[in-house]
Design a protein around this ligand. Structure first.
Ligand SMILES: [Zn+2]
Length: 171
């Protein structure tokens, strides 16, 4: 952010208590902290943690993860549960935060979760989603959109879940 979003004045840098140098507008006499959107994305797993739900949207041929913007006043966890219910009609039983990536094109910080639903048969997709399908992990790796953030998140999740599943088999 180079200019003040309220008045257009070129921003300076000013020391802010314990935050270091922060962009400052001398016209508004206020600090201008960076503004960006926050969204969540999630890979939904079946109860046995052997399959993952991927979707297709906007007439694209490739599969992606479920995702949605965090509303003002909402926690990321609330967004996760709401979006999964809205888009595919499933209840999230358990979930775990994985990691985040910043998406330049839409100025969005994307928080990625892995979630588990206990009743995969209740799936009912809404109009925003073209198609939703359960995939075995290797198949999911093949059909996920190549080079996408969704692919990066998915690969981390599958590696993590496979390691956990293997530990449980050995114990
Ligand atoms: Zn200003």
């Amino acid at each position: 952010m180079k200019y003040c979003y309220a008045c257009g004045t070129e921003l300076a840098s000013k020391e802010c208590d314990s935050e270091g140098l922060i962009p400052y507008c001398h016209t508004c006499e206020t600090f201008r902290f960076p503004i960006f959107s926050t969204a969540i994305s999630t890979a939904v797993l079946n109860k046995e943690r052997t399959k993952v739900l991927l979707i297709r949207q906007h007439n694209m041929a490739d599969y992606i993860l479920l995702a949605g913007y965090v509303n003002r006043g909402e926690s990321a966890e609330e967004t996760l549960i709401r979006e999964v219910k809205e888009e595919v009609g499933l209840d999230v039983g358990t979930y775990k935060y994985m990691r985040s990536l910043y998406f330049e094109r839409s100025n969005t910080l994307m928080l990625n979760f892995v979630s588990v639903t206990h009743d995969e048969t209740r799936m009912q997709i809404n109009a925003e989603v073209d198609h939703a399908q359960w995939f075995a992990f290797d198949e999911a790796r093949r059909v996920i959109m190549k080079g996408s953030m969704a692919e990066s998140f998915l690969l981390t999740i599958l590696e993590h879940v496979e390691a956990e599943n293997a530990r449980q088999l050995n114990s």
